[in-house]
Ligand binder design. Structure first.
Ligand code: GLC
Length: 454
């Protein structure tokens, strides 16, 4: 049994419980494994992206689920639409910061659960064009990120707490107090689900036809198990939707939240959300992963949330992901004025400093071959094309490092950041272990990396 848990509204939500997920014979398309590998090659190489959660909730500044958490109706939520005025929005500056941090792609919330569209959709009035922003914020974003050479992705929420035809369910802000079907039915009188399903298709079509080549589509999310008041692949029309997506953008990568575990090609990557590094696995039912993580406890800008991860914790997430052949997408929640606040900037700057000297141990890297075991306090990444093994010193060892069983496998050793030689010798007569000499003082790098030439 495989469970994918996501953290929402302060609790865990089980996304799916299918066994043998994605390993099934059933297929939606007819892509070969080689074609798939080619389609995903850039993503498997680049490893590190930026997530951006931005919407009306940024203005409430107390979590992107605020409408649900505080059970607000549309009237109560309306001030955020009326007031929305991102006067400092400068996606070029965002793109520069992402690039400087070493990120290679970015995914923006074009619409989150609140239903507000940052893009100029012709199927709704609930969009940026009708706010004080007066323009399509997605269009500018795409241009800015592309100009910096970053790949661009769209997050699009399957949920919609504003659309009049989106039926009230167990996660909706208007969820009834009782779980009685009749109470839901009362609230859903007049809501025409078919219209919403068409709206989904229409908007995704707009996004995939109006903005050039889109590299990732990040659809969020399915919840089949909510006491019968959830939504699943049947509700979204996931199979047909995915076919349409692949037709409109044959190269695109799609996440695993359409509830299509029964198909081997129902998703391109798994999305373990906010999991600890120790919980990351290198295989999610046959899918590679991209773990999505926040700097603090919220995706949308949360002014008073102070649990910001340290630079070391963020690097641990990045290095662990790559050490298990996965990706990390790290989230920024810009303020409603359209800027990354100082805490996000500081976090990005620090990652950028590390990446400047150590990105060779990230890009194009993956899990180390099984014959190399990671010494205590280290993580390994491996660059197959260059045949280089990277030992990330998560804690700095005193008195050198023992490399168990490495004898005869290494040609040369150096620190990656300054290419300074590191001498090694057999740990003892006849031993297969090597002892690598390290300077007593830790180099001025948050996580120093040793480069071993095989
Ligand atoms: C969840 C949350 C959401 C966030 C997302 C990112 O499904 O509902 O707020 O956008 O995951 O992974």
């Amino acid at each position: 049994m495989r469970f994918l848990r996501i953290l929402f509204a302060g609790g865990w939500l089980i996304l799916s419980s299918h066994s043998g997920a994605y390993a099934q014979q059933k297929k939606i398309g007819n892509e070969t494994p080689e074609q798939k590998q080619q389609r995903m090659a850039w993503w498997s190489n680049d490893r590190f992206g930026m997530f951006i959660h931005w919407g009306l909730y940024s203005q409430a500044a107390r979590h992107e689920w605020v409408k649900r958490w505080e059970r607000m109706n549309d009237t109560q939520y309306k001030p955020y639409f009326d007031m929305f005025d991102p006067d400092m929005y400068d996606p070029k500056a965002w793109a520069k910061m992402a690039k400087a941090a070493g990120m290679k792609y970015a995914v923006l919330t074009t619409k989150h659960h609140e239903g507000f569209c940052l893009f100029d959709s012709k199927y709704t009035d609930y969009k940026a064009t009708n706010t004080r922003a007066k323009r399509d914020l997605v269009r500018e974003w795409v241009a800015a990120f592309r100009a910096e050479g970053l790949k661009v992705g769209f997050y699009y929420s399957l949920l919609d707490w504003h659309h009049p035809d989106y039926t009230v369910d167990g996660l909706h802000p208007l969820q009834p107090a009782s779980e009685a079907d009749s109470d839901y039915a009362k609230l859903n009188k007049g809501r025409d689900w078919k219209k919403y399903r068409q709206y989904l298709r229409d908007q995704i079509t707009e996004l995939l036809t109006g903005y050039g080549k889109i590299d990732i589509l990040w659809l969020d999310f399915s919840y089949p198990n909510k006491n019968g008041h959830g939504k699943s692949h049947d509700d979204w029309g996931s199979v047909e939707l995915l076919k349409m997506i692949r037709k409109l953008q044959p190269g695109i990568l799609v996440d695993n939240r359409l509830d299509l575990e029964d198909y081997s090609d129902g998703a391109d990557f798994a999305t373990p959300e906010q999991v600890k590094p120790s919980e990351l696995q290198n295989n999610y039912g046959g899918l590679p992963f991209e773990t999505c993580q926040t700097f603090s406890g919220s995706w949308g800008y949360y002014r008073d949330e102070n649990s910001w991860k340290t630079n070391h914790e963020l690097l641990t997430l990045l290095i662990t992901s790559v050490s298990k052949s996965g990706n990390l997408i790290l989230n920024v929640g810009p303020t409603a004025r359209g800027v990354f606040d100082y805490r996000a900037q500081r976090a990005l700057d620090s990652i950028g400093i590390w990446m400047k000297w150590n990105s060779k141990a990230i890009y194009g890297c993956k899990e180390a071959p099984a014959e190399f075991s990671a010494p205590a306090g280290t993580l390994l990444t491996y660059h197959p094309a260059d045949r280089r093994l990277y030992v990330h010193l998560m804690t700095y060892p005193s008195g050198g490092l023992t490399l168990s069983g490495y004898k005869g496998k290494i040609k040369y050793a150096q620190f990656l950041h300054d290419a300074s030689e590191l001498k090694f010798s057999p740990a003892a007569e006849g031993s297969n272990d090597l002892l690598l000499k390290l300077p007593a003082q830790k180099p001025n790098i948050e996580v120093p990396v040793i480069e071993l030439v095989l």
